[in-house]
Design a protein around this ligand. Structure first.
Ligand code: SF4
Ligand code: SF4
Length: 246
């Protein structure tokens, strides 16, 4: 993850090396789709690589810098509460169910509904059960069952409207590999393969701006929220970090 002081430098490096141009051209190859735009899939922010995080960071800085306080507040809330509050949503989803960063949304948001999801749901469920056990054992926190058992329904309402490739899923695998190549500009290939930097945009942002001390207190915020339905500690963090200037 990139520390705050290194973000602008990383954006410049990406520009100088044509990474954003290559990323845009990669996005352009994804089969075009249409759907009902119900935003159910935006309940969970999707993972993105560093290069995509920087791409969106630059877009927001250029086109809507006044939105940073809201985005940061949403990201900080999401980060602290995602395991205890089922109502948390991707901070880029606006009140009309539109994506505020639609032009630069990550690859994973673009391909939702195109991949067969196989048994990913079972894997996610097992991971959540392990996480619930960890919070119970280490922090005395009982994660709500509705969150542990939450499963994003597979969407069958995505329709491919334009694809020059006969096998869209094969194409997506190739593009995923290309995306990994772009990421290897920032981290060594084994790190790309481990998917260590492939985390939701929310996490990229929070890791850059929220101090380690605050992140360390995440369980305290979660506990407070479960007990009182709100967290004063969290609100103090939101107030502090949303004033971050880039
Ligand atoms: S892909 Fe499916 S779940 Fe996501 S917005 Fe479109 S219709 Fe809704
Ligand atoms: S970035 Fe946009 S498309 Fe992706 S989950 Fe968030 S609101 Fe949805």
């Amino acid at each position: 993850m990139l520390p705050l002081v290194k973000i602008h430098q990383a954006v410049s490096q990406a520009e100088d090396n044509g990474l954003f141009r290559k990323l845009t051209s990669l996005y352009d190859k994804i089969p075009q789709t249409e759907c009902q735009r119900c935003a159910t899939c935006c309940t969970v922010p999707w993972p993105a690589y560093i290069v995509e995080f920087l791409h969106a960071f630059r877009y927001i800085n250029k086109n809507m810098p006044e939105k940073w306080p809201d985005f940061i507040a949403g990201a900080v809330r999401y980060y602290f509460l995602e395991l205890v509050d089922i109502n948390q949503r991707c901070p880029f989803l606006d009140e009309n169910n539109n994506c505020s960063i639609y032009e630069v949304r990550p690859f994973t948001c673009r391909i939702y509904g195109l991949f067969s999801r196989g048994d990913e749901g079972d894997v996610a469920r097992r991971n959540m059960e392990r996480l619930a056990e960890k919070y119970r054992a280490e922090h005395g926190i009982e994660l709500p069952r509705e969150i542990v058992e939450f499963k994003l329904p597979r969407c069958s309402r995505v329709r491919v409207t334009n694809s020059r490739h006969k096998k869209p899923q094969e194409l997506l695998h190739l593009l995923t590999a290309d995306l990994g190549q772009l990421e290897s500009f920032f981290v060594p290939a084994p790190v790309v393969d481990s998917q260590y930097t492939f985390v939701p945009y929310v996490n990229h942002l929070v890791m850059s701006i929220v101090t380690e001390g605050a992140r360390y207190r995440r369980p305290r915020v979660m506990k407070e929220f479960l007990e009182k339905g709100h967290s004063e500690l969290l609100e103090s963090y939101v107030e502090k970090f949303k004033r971050t200037s880039f």
